[in-house]
Design a protein. Structure first.
Length: 481
């Protein structure tokens, strides 16, 4: 069973290899095979037919010539005029170049004279046995060097005057067959060349539209939805090209609709984020300027009352509670929208945030940047987005990853800004679905995408996490506009 399975797989591979041959090679091969088979069949059939016809014709001619010669030699043989017989044989041999030999025998079969230059070959000395059948006294002999010999034996005066034995070469048949072979081979070569040419033409007619269609498919796969296949004809391949163009047009329209919806969604998200930041800024200002100041006034009043009335431990406990509320309001206000981001830029905001977070969570957080003090600030919306990304990444790290060290790096150049946050925490499975990972990572990706940037999150279990946000400043400026 195992051997049979292996054989089937081998056969399948061979069939697949044959079917995988390019169409051009298939067409040319088929054309050559058809032309070759046609030529071979034609040659064999024609050769056999011609051989039969030439063989019958030459047989009749040899027998007729032998009979004529026997009648012509009757007179000199009746008087034993051997000289005249030799003259007749010489003239006959000179008149027919295909005559190989002529033997004249007496009634007993002994050779009286012949046309050989020397002696008679041993195989021709004895009288052939087929002399007993005068009506069919004919044979074909394979004489090796001379090839086939058509030999006829005819009696002179019914055998009373002797016998004439005539050997005729098959050279005429061989020449005719050779001429036929050469003609058929030439015709076969022409037909083969014509067949290959037609196969090439047909394969080009078939494959050229297929190649163009394949090129259009490749263009579509590279997101060039304007690519269209050229329609060369109205056949099946042409119908396929038309169907492909209709599909490409539908894809282009759908893509255009999707882009319009995506642009509208991005604009809506951008407006929502902008409104959210403005709202955060307003709430932060409200907390700082109203609630914070009110709590501070209350604290000052209680301290004054405590100094005047000596309220004791009760008043001091409430003073500490108010001081805690003031600190919480300050932290909430800063978390909503740090004023340092508006006043001094992203570098100062990240430096302050990492320092405060490290102190609050007892985690080592290093911050580095290639932007020296006083360097050109980034666009406001870029600074806000990168600050929020850093805030979300650091918050996720200290809350969930249990790191001992977090590194924050800000790199800027005229073309792009790069923010890198790394931790040595427990990590997580980066392949989890967005619903499992939560909205924080989605918010980070969305903020980066709206600026034309890219957010990469690399994490493995027990290997820590790396968050890299890259924002092209030109695209970000265009997005803001």
């Amino acid at each position: 069973m195992k051997g049979a399975g292996t054989e089937r797989r081998s056969t399948g591979r061979v069939v697949w290899a044959i079917l995988s041959v390019p169409i051009l090679v298939k067409m040319v091969g088929i054309g050559a095979i058809v032309a070759g088979c046609f030529g071979v069949i034609t040659f064999v059939r024609t050769r056999d037919t011609l051989w039969e016809n030439l063989n019958a014709s030459l047989t009749k001619r040899v027998i007729s010539e032998a009979e004529s010669l026997a009648d012509y030699l009757a007179s000199p043989l009746s008087v034993h005029d051997i000289v005249t017989v030799r003259q007749i044989l010489g003239k006959t041999s000179a008149r027919h170049a295909d005559i190989l030999y002529i033997l004249v025998r007496d009634p007993e079969g002994k050779v009286l004279t012949h046309t050989f230059d020397g002696s008679v070959p041993d195989e021709l000395v004895a009288l052939p046995s087929y002399r007993l059948f005068p009506d069919d006294a004919f044979r074909v002999v394979d004489a090796l060097e001379d090839g086939l010999v058509f030999e006829a034996l005819r009696p002179v005066m019914l055998g009373h005057g002797g016998y004439v034995q005539l050997g005729w070469s098959h050279r005429m048949i061989a020449e005719e067959l050779a001429s036929l072979r050469n003609t058929i081979l030439a015709s076969l070569a022409v037909c083969t060349a014509l067949g290959i040419g037609l196969a090439l033409l047909l394969s080009l007619v078939i494959t050229q539209p297929v190649h163009r269609l394949n090129e259009a498919v490749q263009q579509i796969s590279r997101h060039n939805l304007d690519a269209r296949a050229t329609v060369f004809s109205g056949d099946e391949i042409g119908d396929l090209a038309i169907a492909f163009n209709e599909m490409a047009e539908t894809l282009a329209q759908n893509n255009k609709t999707i882009l319009e919806k995506e642009n509208a969604r991005a604009a809506l998200v951008q407006r929502i984020i902008t409104a959210q930041e403005q709202e955060r800024k307003a709430i932060s200002r409200e907390l700082h300027d109203q609630i914070g100041q009110s709590l501070l006034a209350l604290l000052v009043d209680m301290r004054t009352q405590n100094n005047e009335m000596s309220c004791g431990a009760y008043c001091k406990r409430h003073q500490k509670g108010i001081e805690g509320l003031i600190e919480e309001v300050r932290q909430v206000s800063k978390g909503m929208h740090p004023s340092v981001l508006d006043d001094y830029g992203l570098d100062s905001a990240l430096r302050a945030y990492t320092k405060e977070t490290a102190a609050r969570h007892n985690v080592r957080i290093d911050y580095e940047t290639n932007c020296p003090d006083g360097c050109r600030r980034l666009p406001e919306h870029v600074e806000v987005a990168l600050y929020r990304i850093a805030q979300e990444a650091i918050t996720n790290a200290v809350r969930h990853a249990k790191p001992s060290h977090v590194s924050v790096i800000l790199l800027t150049d005229p073309r792009q800004a790069t923010l890198l946050i790394e931790d040595d925490g427990i990590g997580f499975c980066a392949e989890q679905t967005p619903a499992v990972r939560g909205l924080g990572l989605l918010s980070m990706r969305e903020r980066c995408s709206l600026l034309g940037g890219k957010l990469d999150i690399i994490s493995e279990m027990e290997e820590g996490t790396t968050v890299r946000a890259r924002v092209p400043l030109q695209s970000a400026a265009a997005c803001k506009t």
